[in-house]
Design a protein around this ligand. Structure first.
Ligand code: PLP
Length: 394
């Protein structure tokens, strides 16, 4: 029934699995037949505080009983509070524009860069350099910023000008010219294969860009909000970017995006906007999610979970050397490289049959993004099921 409805009335942009999930408790999902699944995906890094989180649900309910939405024509108290929290947790002197998604946040970041080039360099600087295997979104501009030619389908051409990508951080130094206004990178490439960059290389790039007054935009749509163990991967890498974008984990499942910048006066009224961005609903949810995760981090629980998850992941990696070639990632953004893409498909489908949800990244990376609040029991059960799935291949 669901399959039929979906196929008839929803545009076919995904190769979907037709399981019908009805309920979630932390990292465990239940389908309509009450079969349970351990969720090592958190809806692609979104449900950071777990499914069915009572505190988040209560905060949302309390808010929407009063006001769900007013518009950005009026000050929105939970939005201002969220902006303050982001500044405090990042440890930076920043202000935020609130959007609805990662792509939209990256659009905002690119607009900041373009305006910087226009006002400070009379428009002579406008080019944005990104990296190969990056992923920055699905709008026409962010798809063009994405450093994967396979995404630049002629079906959607023409694309905006002023974007190019390099194959490695080292190449960026030579690619910069008088027209470059910004460099935009992820610190751990998510969709591209859960690939972290070397801290020293990133710090060197940041320093180089600062000397030339070229903006550094860090896309933390996937790495942000404690995913790598710190509030921002930026904090882990100890850099000071000009713009940081957030989305996925921030709202705990409610759509929200954030453009966080040290250039607090770059925009003036009319430069940018959003009807829904940062409304009462999404900010009430994000405020509660940040409160929960901050406590989780401060109590040491997040660090313990990261270590425990990493140990179990390593056991699996060591046990199945016939399937895996490398272990990658940071924090609770982890991956195992699989020998080839066909084998990866089998791993994901076997895992599903065994009752554990896992993701793909790039061509041949098994990607794991569990809720940050996942319990030890759920970690154990998830890896037991993954082990069963892998044993079938071995
Ligand atoms: N940037 C990164 C690093 C992402 O991982 C994603 C989504 O996977 C995006 C941007 C796009 O975010 P959204 O799908 O919310 O537009």
């Amino acid at each position: 029934m669901l399959e039929q409805l979906d196929k008839e009335y929803v545009l076919h942009t995904y190769a979907r699995n037709y399981v019908n999930f009805k309920k979630g408790i932390n990292a465990t999902l239940f389908d309509e037949k009450d079969k349970d699944y351990i969720d090592f995906t958190s809806g692609i890094g979104v449900v950071s505080a777990g499914h069915g989180n009572k505190e988040v649900a209560d905060a949302i309910y309390k808010q929407v009983q009063n006001i769900t939405h007013i518009s950005n024509l009026y000050a929105i108290e939970p939005q201002a509070i969220l902006g303050e929290k982001i500044a405090k947790l990042s440890g930076m002197d920043v202000a935020t524009f609130f959007a609805n998604s990662g792509a939209e946040a990256n659009e905002g970041a690119i607009k900041i860069a373009r305006k910087y080039g226009k006002t400070k360099y009379d428009g002579k600087r406008y080019k944005v350099i990104t990296l190969e295997h990056s992923f920055h979104g699905r709008t026409i501009t962010t798809v063009k910023a994405t450093g994967q030619s396979s995404f630049h389908s002629p079906n959607f051409a023409p694309y905006p000008e002023g974007f190019s990508f390099n194959s490695a951080i080292d190449d960026i130094f030579n690619s910069i010219d008088d027209e470059t206004v910004a460099v935009m990178i992820e610190l751990v490439q998510g969709e591209g294969g859960v690939q972290p960059f070397e801290k020293e290389a990133v710090q060197e790039l940041a320093k180089f860009l600062k000397q030339r007054d070229i903006l550094l935009i860090i896309d933390e749509v996937q790495t942000g909000v404690y995913r790598t163990g710190e509030f921002l991967a930026t904090n882990l890498y100890e850099i000071q970017p000009d713009v940081i974008t957030l989305a996925k984990g921030l709202g705990g499942g409610v759509p929200i995006g954030a453009v966080v910048t040290t250039h607090k006066d770059i925009f003036e009224p009319g430069d940018h906007g959003s009807t829904f961005g940062g409304n009462y609903l999404s900010c009430a949810s994000a405020n509660k999610v940040l409160d929960i995760l901050e406590k989780y981090k401060d109590a040491g629980t997040l660090d313990e979970t990261i270590i425990y998850f990493g140990t179990k992941l390593n056991e699996i990696y060591e046990k199945y050397q016939n399937i895996f070639t490398d272990e990658v990632g940071l924090g609770l953004m982890r991956g195992l490289r699989v020998k080839d893409s066909d084998m990866l498909k089998t791993v994901i489908s076997n895992a599903f049959d065994e009752g554990v949800l896992v993701l793909k990244a790039g061509r041949n990376t098994l990607r794991l993004l569990p809720p940050l609040t996942i319990s030890k029991e759920e970690v154990n059960e998830g890896f037991k099921r993954l082990d069963n799935a892998l044993a079938k291949i071995a």
